[in-house]
Design a protein around this ligand. Sequence first.
Ligand code: GLP
Length: 237
Amino acid sequence: MPDRWSREGLLAVPPEEFGVAAFAVLLHALARVDRPVVGLPTGRTPVALYEEMQRESFVFPEGSRLFAIDEYCWREPHPGTNAAFFARHLPGVPIRVPRHDAPHPDAEIAEFCRAVADAGGLDVAVVGIGADGHIAFNEPGSTTDSPCRVTLLAEPTRAQIAGDWQPQPTHGMTLGLAELLRARRIVLLASGESKAAILATALDGPVTPDVPASFLQGHPALTVVCDSAAASQLRPC
Ligand code: GLP
């Protein structure tokens, strides 16, 4: 497969251009909306995007409403929270994140979800893909009507963060596939060889709750931004 190629809604670029490409796609998505409501992911994948935003001194349009798409349940202060992630990678950007230490996570994520709904729902959802095909914390078994909720993190998800943080969290709070799939536009980010197989399964395989990201196939305004390593097992166009 060549280093750079595209098919409808899919942009694959050399790894060193991933952040620039993701930023360009985000800008394009934001340009279409007034006071955009945006869902933002954490993880290793979006770091290149956030670095590019910083490099460009990017400021979200006035009136933007920014939401994290998920957060861990961690009762103690912890550097591994998504709130801490955003403070590190997008310092000063007002992103609402569910409180990781909320005494009642069910109530916390319900209130968070109401805030997203009150804002009019997501205009743009930026998402990554987990090793098991999860989107935000919608683990295998999630369906298109899975709502905002507290989820039990699957083993591969815990393993993914195990190297980084101890002790591992067991639960997360997440926007549901229902809220994410209702976003007017979805931008899926994937980078690195470790995402090649799951990206191909999600985009070219059957649509199934076993691979929550496969539901993205049915979204009318999906843009996939990936690097050539992550794209390496996709069906050629
Ligand atoms: C976590 C996050 C997801 C993210 C996924 C992939 O589970 N909850 O939102 O997409 O990890 O992370 P990474 O980009 O580090 O592979």
